[in-house]
Design a binder for this molecule. Structure first.
Ligand SMILES: *Cc1c(COP(=O)(O)O)cnc(C)c1O
Length: 425
């Protein structure tokens, strides 16, 4: 759906048409593995990628396709590929770009699971993550090598209210002939527009705000369609002949849809991390109210962050919406509608105070998720970030005295009261 329509219109309509046979208005759940071919020639055209259509739900599924079109439209990209989880999205895009010996410059300020994925598990494929403080643009430039295939950052970084300088990072990536990949999970396309600042690829964990109810794992890779994969010889998956498709060159055959075609025809085909149609359906429902929810998430988060900053048990609060944040200016530039609803607070009482807080709250849920309608709290040092070294923890903004909050959609006074009793017991 074209961008001449407003964001809210696209949230509800992009990708979705009345179902052809019944006229059903909401997207049905196509709980199908496979689709009947019209005849042998039709089947051959589908398998040779000469015709678009449904073959088998590991590659494409009608319900998942609606969500893909919607995600592409909301981000202002050319095409999207949905998959089983946010981590699957990161695996899919890296598989398209990397080969044994390839490198990727990665922010030190990432979701804990992403640090482990890039730092440990990807190493088994011979892919090297060079971790850099990506708010230091000179350090990013210095880390680029001949083998570097991408820069990977989060727009709004989990967990510490860090905002990436997307415009500056895109310039460096461009100058080195590689794409800037932005994880836009915590910002969502409503709050942050990575492609407008020069990013080439956006990835999502749709598990979070896109679905919004804590029901459905999902991930998505959105391609801007503007990166030239043939500008150098670093991206043979896109720009060299693909043997499995009779020597087809994705970049030549599909143009600005090359990455999206590759991620379905090779990525999902061979890695198999497809999105379940039921999860696509739940995420489609969530996407319809995205802007309304994000406005309220941001409003509640700013109130809670302000309350906590004034509390005697708290040393500091890292929320880009607070004037005290070193990311305040970047937050106003890149997230002008609101700076999200996930942030950290530093407790005067250290590790023990963190444990006590998560065990004393009643309304907040103590669990490892963010971007739910419910308010959530977590002590990363004793949970999500416990596999990291103390140095990795503090450079990821998750030291022993840090708690992470994900502010939900409840009545904000009730949330304040819950934190008040938990901090004073
Ligand atoms: C949750 C999350 C991921 C991983 O997504 P899953 O859907 O849990 O695999 C990646 N990046 C960010 C910023 C996240 O919050």
């Amino acid at each position: 759906m074209s961008e001449q329509f407003g964001f809210e219109t696209r949230m509800i309509h992009a990708g979705s048409r009345p179902e052809a046979v019944s006229g059903a208005r909401q997207t049905p759940i196509f709980q199908n593995t496979s689709y009947v071919f019209q005849d042998v020639d039709h089947a051959a055209d589908l398998f040779n990628l000469q015709d678009f259509g449904f073959i088998y739900s590991r590659l494409t599924n009608p319900t998942v396709s609606v969500l893909e079109e919607r995600m592409a439209s909301l981000e202002g990209g050319r095409g999207a590929t949905c998959c089983a989880s946010g981590h699957a999205a990161q695996l899919l895009i890296m598989q398209a770009l990397m080969h044994p010996g390839s490198r990727v410059v990665v922010s030190t300020k990432l979701y804990g699971g992403s640090i482990t994925q890039f730092g440990k598990t990807f190493k088994k494929f011979g892919w090297h993550g060079d971790f850099v403080d990506t708010n230091d643009l000179d350090a990013v430039d210095a880390a680029m090598t001949e083998d570097t295939k991408a820069i990977f950052v989060e727009s709004l970084a989990n967990p510490g209210g860090v905002v990436s300088d997307l415009e500056g990072l895109a310039k460096i990536a461009n100058a080195h002939g590689v794409p800037l990949i932005v994880d836009n999970t915590l910002a969502t396309p409503y709050l942050c527009r990575p492609f407008e600042w020069g990013a080439d690829i956006v990835v999502h964990s749709t598990t979070k705000y896109m679905s919004g109810n804590g029901t459905s794992l999902g991930g998505c890779v959105v391609d801007s369609g503007t990166f030239n994969w043939a500008q150098n010889n670093r991206f043979p998956s896109l720009a060299a002949p693909e043997e499995a498709y009779h020597g087809l060159i994705f970049h030549e055959t599909f143009g600005d849809m090359a990455m999206t075609a590759y991620l379905h025809a090779v990525g999902l085909r061979d890695l198999g991390a497809s999105m379940a149609p039921q999860n696509a359906f739940q995420t489609i429902l969530g996407s319809e109210t995205l802007s309304l929810r994000m406005d309220r998430h941001c409003e509640n988060a700013l109130k809670i962050a302000t309350y906590l900053e004034g509390h005697p048990a708290i040393t500091s609060v890292s929320y880009a919406g607070l004037k005290s944040s070193s990311f305040y200016d970047l937050g106003q530039k890149y997230l002008p509608k609101g700076q999200g609803a996930v942030f950290t607070a530093q407790l005067k009482g250290g590790f023990e105070a963190g444990v006590k807080l998560v065990e004393s709250v009643n309304l907040f849920s103590h669990l490892a998720n963010v971007g739910d309608a419910r308010s959530l709290v977590l002590h990363p040092a004793s949970t999500t970030h416990r596999q990291l070294t103390p140095e990795q923890r503090s450079s990821a903004g998750a030291g022993d005295d840090i708690v992470r909050l994900s502010i939900g959609l409840e009545t904000v006074e009730d949330l304040v009261r819950d934190l008040d009793q938990a901090l004073s017991t």
